[in-house]
Design a protein around this ligand. Structure first.
Ligand SMILES: Cc1cc2nc3c(=O)[nH]c(=O)nc-3n(C[C@H](O)[C@H](O)[C@H](O)COP(=O)(O)OP(=O)(O)OC[C@H]3O[C@@H](n4cnc5c(N)ncnc54)[C@H](O)[C@@H]3O)c2cc1C
Ligand SMILES: NC(=O)c1ccc[n+]([C@@H]2O[C@H](COP(=O)([O-])OP(=O)(O)OC[C@H]3O[C@@H](n4cnc5c(N)ncnc54)[C@H](O)[C@@H]3O)[C@@H](O)[C@H]2O)c1
Length: 470
């Protein structure tokens, strides 16, 4: 018997367990694959390692003096080796030792809920262990890649983000179905590694971001040699005996490639976790209240955090939920006060309108909060201010021919910023200032007193305020 049982030891499950132990309760986590989850081995870490070396090389090539020192091409094999190290060679010993040192008990196997507060673990050898939770069960099982229903696709052995992130070789030709975050980052990574990339972006590139973000990323991919097809729909796929993948688009056009990556979104890992035993539907996203408690389940003992609740499919946001859910379970177990008002300790308020994200393309796309379109849909009376990032002194110093754009979306009724998007080389590290402005609801009048250092790219903040007017 444990106070809490967590199913899934990805970044979110690990952090939930950590908060539970810090709160003085006992916890078991159940993991069927590698402790550390998708993020550590097949998502955030390996993909950023695949991207980083080409980004550094491109940065050097943008600067006279450094450019002349670049005398060779990217060493793809060395990049893959560095990626292997960032994926811990797909071994989880390091994370397992951390769990042990944190006082968290690990059970390896498939976790399934069999009744209220009861989880059965089926090990690889078929053995079963029954775990009972005194207070709560937390589902942190994450998500997997979604495959569309395209004729011949499954038989053609496509890559999902997993195979792309863990690729042992760089394919000469890579076709990508999708135009979202995974597709854009992988197109950037594999173009940098030397593949001839064809991106089939049915709904545009990064279509949920500000329109200029996708336009700039598509343009830069094309300049780097990739072929980007907007509004392209794949009708059928086949792989021939020589291993070549043939894609037929609606309209008849043909694309041939050595590998095909499908990146069209995610599906929750809830197919086989026992949801039917408690009246929920297998394979569905888990709906939660603001304290991350699953709605439609009696007794208030079931929580869901991270990708599986679909609030924000990002590691940092899932870990933020983990801190709230771990703390609220401890508070409820001890009969303590639950701080569930907006921005309270036990709720994940930032999920609503203040989610930061960096897309590690070249240029990078860093955003937080609402886009202009989303703010309009939300019914806000807004003013949109754009600024050319290249016109900032710090940008010109950062790289010759620096190109980028900044946008802030202001809620005119409250005179606070509700969204910021920055597109340009190395804008990732600028994002947190924007996140603080949005979460803190810092009045524009006060922001004038937050003076950016000269000559940094951050001076764009002053320029945006000047463009807005005082
Ligand atoms: C290619 C790619 C790149 C990404 N890059 C970034 C990035 O740069 N930054 C960012 O913030 N986010 C990124 N993401 C998103 C990020 O990976 C996810 O948001 C994050 O991994 C979610 O964490 P999680 O713990 O909820 O789920 P997961 O990381 O999916 O972990 C869930 C764990 O639960 C285990 N599990 C599932 N079912 C069971 C069961 N029944 N029993 C036992 N164990 C089970 C799984 O094996 C897994 O280990 C990326 C995603 C992809 C696909
Ligand atoms: N740097 C990061 O923060 C990062 C990196 C990678 C992934 N992620 C997370 O992982 C999640 C999954 O990323 P993703 O790119 O798979 O999903 P996504 O939702 O970002 O993009 C999916 C894309 O596929 C298109 N699409 C959907 N169905 C299609 C179909 N049948 N045929 C063709 N195109 C179709 C959509 O229009 C969209 O452009 C995202 O929510 C993202 O937050 C984050």
């Amino acid at each position: 018997m444990y106070d809490v049982v967590v199913i899934g030891a990805g970044p979110v499950g690990e952090n939930v367990a950590d908060r539970i132990v810090r709160g003085g309760l006992t916890v078991a986590v159940v993991e069927r694959e590698l402790v550390g989850g998708e993020c550590s081995y097949w998502a955030c870490m390996p993909t950023k390692a695949l991207l980083r070396s080409a980004a550094a090389l491109n940065a050097a090539r943008r600067l006279p003096g450094a450019r002349e020192a670049v005398t060779g091409e990217l060493d793809a094999a060395a990049v893959l080796r560095r990626r292997d190290a960032f994926a811990s060679n797909w071994q989880d010993d390091g994370q397992v030792s951390w769990l042990e040192s944190a006082g968290i008990t690990l059970y390896r196997g498939q976790g399934r809920i069999t009744a209220e507060r009861v989880v059965e673990v089926t090990g690889a050898d078929g053995s079963t262990t029954t775990l009972t939770a005194r207070h709560a069960v937390v589902v942190a099982t994450g998500s997997g890649a979604l495959l569309p229903d395209i004729a011949g696709l499954r038989e053609s052995a496509p890559w999902t983000s997993r195979e792309a992130a863990a690729a042992k070789e760089v394919p000469a030709r890579l076709a990508i179905i999708g135009g979202g975050v995974v597709a854009a980052e992988m197109a950037t990574a594999f173009t940098g590694l030397g593949s001839a990339v064809t991106m089939l972006a049915r709904d545009g590139v990064l279509h949920l971001a500000e329109p200029f973000a996708g336009e700039r990323v598509a343009q830069s991919l094309r300049q780097a040699g990739a072929s980007v097809h907007l509004e392209a729909e794949v009708a059928s796929v086949s792989r021939d005996g020589a291993g070549v993948v043939h894609l037929t688009l609606t309209g008849g056009a043909q694309v041939d490639a050595d590998e095909l990556l499908v990146a069209i979104g995610r599906t929750p890992n809830t197919q086989d976790i026992g949801l039917d035993a408690i009246g929920l539907k297998a394979g569905e996203w888990l709906h939660v209240d603001d304290t991350l408690r699953v709605v439609d389940v009696d007794g208030g003992w079931l929580y869901a955090a991270g990708d599986v609740n679909r609030r924000a499919l990002l590691t940092h946001q899932g870990k933020y939920q983990a801190r709230a859910v771990g703390d609220v379970i401890v508070a409820r177990a001890r009969g303590g006060a639950v701080e569930d008002g907006r921005w309270g300790r036990h709720v994940a308020t930032a999920d609503e309108r203040a989610v930061p994200q960096v897309v590690f393309t070249d240029p990078e796309v860093a955003s937080v909060g609402l886009t202009a379109a989303a703010a309009q849909t939300a019914g806000l009376r807004t003013r949109v201010v754009d600024y050319d990032l290249a016109a900032v002194a710090g940008s010109a110093l950062h790289a010759d021919d620096y190109q980028g754009q900044a946008r802030m979306v202001v809620d005119e009724d409250r005179r606070v910023i509700v969204g910021v998007t920055l597109v340009g080389p190395d804008v990732a590290e600028l994002l947190h200032a924007a996140t603080i402005a949005v979460v803190g609801e810092v009045p524009l009048d006060r922001l004038w007193h937050a003076v950016p250092a000269y000559p940094t790219v951050s001076e764009v903040w002053l320029r945006l305020l000047e463009a807005y007017g005082r």
